[in-house]
Design a protein around this ligand. Structure first.
Ligand code: PGA
Length: 231
């Protein structure tokens, strides 16, 4: 079953808005739908599948501000987004992402490991593949491809509102080719796509043979639009 993950990032600001938002998201879908609210709202929203936006590589100890994978597991959390470009921008490394993924798997949480190239739209497929390979060689080293999900997110396409800024890069065709590369190289790992997916373009990405779902930011905060996508 293909997967749709709503990444709320640091939204909304209040608990009541978070509860309201989750209550408006449809439960019926041909896809597995996972909502990833900010950590402070994880236990308050009512939705069948919930995911975290990060976790730490140790389960407990002197690590101020970190989120424990074992605590997440005890709350029934089944997915965790790791290595999002917004965290990589703050200094997160592929080694750290790898350690976090190991920790998540230890507690039966599926890591959704994000990779993507930088801020330019001018790279061709081969250059993109080089960058992704450098990230994945470290980030998923030693992990079973059956137990993880890779999210391909061209960084420039995130939150742009326009994934077709140049059709050359984040077209569904391009995403499909990159997904195929990742599967061939890393043992048929599930690959989802993220980057300004919305109600108008989701179907094209979702219908690609090698794309196993979408990671959706902005559109997951608009219930009417998100419900169209998950329908
Ligand atoms: P976007 O975000 O859908 O708003 O581009 C996706 C993401 O950052 O995961």
């Amino acid at each position: 079953m293909k997967l749709i993950i709503g990444n709320w990032k640091l939204n909304p600001e209040s608990l009541s808005d978070a509860v309201k938002l989750a209550s408006k998201v449809k439960r019926e879908s041909p896809y597995k739908v996972v909502l990833c609210p900010p950590t402070v709202f994880l236990t308050s929203i009512d939705y069948p599948n919930r995911g975290a936006q990060d976790c730490f590589w140790n389960e407990k100890g002197a690590f101020t501000g970190q989120v424990s994978p074992s605590s997440l597991a005890k709350l029934g959390i089944k997915y965790v987004i790791l290595g999002h470009s917004e965290r990589r921008n703050l200094g997160e490394t592929d080694q750290q992402i790898n350690a976090k993924a190991y920790a998540a798997l230890k507690y039966k949480i599926t890591p959704v490991i994000c990779v993507g190239h930088g801020t330019t739209v001018d790279l061709d497929d081969l250059e993109v593949v080089d960058i992704i390979k450098a990230q994945l060689d470290v980030a998923i080293q030693g992990l079973s491809p059956k137990k993880i999900i890779v999210a391909y997110e061209p960084v420039w396409a995130l939150s742009s509102g326009d994934p077709y800024a140049t059709k050359k890069v984040a077209s569904p065709d391009h995403a499909e080719r990159i997904a195929l590369f990742i599967k061939r190289k890393y043992g048929n790992v599930p690959v989802i796509y993220g980057g300004s997916v919305n109600a108008a373009n989701a179907k094209e990405f979702m219908s690609q043979h090698n794309i196993d779902g979408c990671l959706i930011g902005g559109a997951s905060l608009k219930p009417a639009e998100f419900n169209k996508i998950i329908s």
